[in-house]
Design a protein around this ligand. Structure first.
Ligand SMILES: Nc1ncnc2c1ncn2[C@@H]1O[C@H](COP(=O)(O)OP(=O)(O)OP(=O)(O)O)[C@@H](O)[C@H]1O
Length: 245
């Protein structure tokens, strides 16, 4: 990795009672890269995302952003440094228009640098929501709601965007568009995706971590991971591969 890492996880551990959900995970994320985290149910992927966004604190280990130790800092400090986790449905205001949801999201984190009109237009264009801008969020079909949530995260001007199954529920065409957009975005910012859909991961075609029982057991290009017999047998046969492969 050439550039200094934007985010570093150093030997992080999280336990919930007797469950060791994340074990000794060490990870560097470059300022502009796409990284995918895969693994079966319960592998620790969401817990890792919680750690990277500052919403969960590790029992041990450190989390650094721009070399600064944020391990015990609240989530808003992660957000202030540009670490943004995609909005989930519960953060969307159903009775606001798509445009107003985007504006409100931008004010949430980047209050001191509110989105300019061109930025809003860019994000409406990028997410394919221009034609929906004045509709109420509650009227959006599921796939477009996903795009709204991505757009809301983009309004926060992320430097590291954390996404949990961004293409879930999308059409084949929507999934392809999402993969294209994430690959383009990752030329300028860091994007971490946790994902079950191996067809989508193949389209992302990026550095991939495989988690199992809290540990990162493999790391490499998706092509290499896909070739690994053990991984194929244990992990890639699961999920929605059959629908999208
Ligand atoms: N808040 C919690 N309290 C107790 N146990 C938890 C909690 N969150 C996660 N776990 C447990 O930690 C382990 C890892 O869970 P996690 O949700 O991170 O896995 P995952 O890889 O994201 O799974 P999935 O793909 O099913 O979402 C699981 O055994 C889970 O039951």
């Amino acid at each position: 990795m050439n550039a200094a890492p934007l985010m570093q996880a150093q030997s992080v551990n999280v336990a919930f009672g007797g469950i060791h959900a994340v074990k000794e995970v060490a990870l560097d994320i470059a300022p502009a890269e796409l990284l995918c985290v895969i693994g079966p149910n319960g592998a620790g992927k969401s817990t890792l995302l919680g750690l990277l966004s500052g919403t969960l604190r590790p029992n041990s280990g450190r989390l650094l952003v721009d070399g600064k130790d944020l391990t015990r800092r609240p989530p808003h400090e992660f957000a202030r440094r540009g670490v943004i986790r995609k909005f989930q449905g519960t953060n969307v205001f159903q009775w606001l228009s798509v445009r107003d949801n985007l504006i409100v999201a931008g004010q949430g984190v980047a209050a001191d640098r509110p989105a300019s009109a061109p930025e809003l237009q860019d994000i409406l264009f990028l997410t394919g929501l221009r034609h929906r801008a004045d509709e109420l969020a509650e009227c959006l079909p599921h796939g477009e709601r996903q795009w709204l949530e991505i757009g809301m995260a983009l309004m926060c001007q992320p430097r590291l965007l954390l996404l949990d199954e961004p293409a879930a529920g999308m059409s084949v065409e929507g999934t392809r568009r999402m993969a294209d957009m994430l690959r383009r975005m990752a030329r300028e910012i860091a994007v971490v995706v946790i994902e079950h859909d191996m067809g989508f991961v193949r389209q992302l075609n990026c550095r991939t971590l495989v988690m199992h029982q809290g540990e990162v057991i493999r790391e490499g290009s998706f092509a290499d991971i896909e070739q690994d017999e053990q991984i194929r047998r244990i992990y890639l046969g699961r999920g929605k591969e059959d629908h999208h492969a």
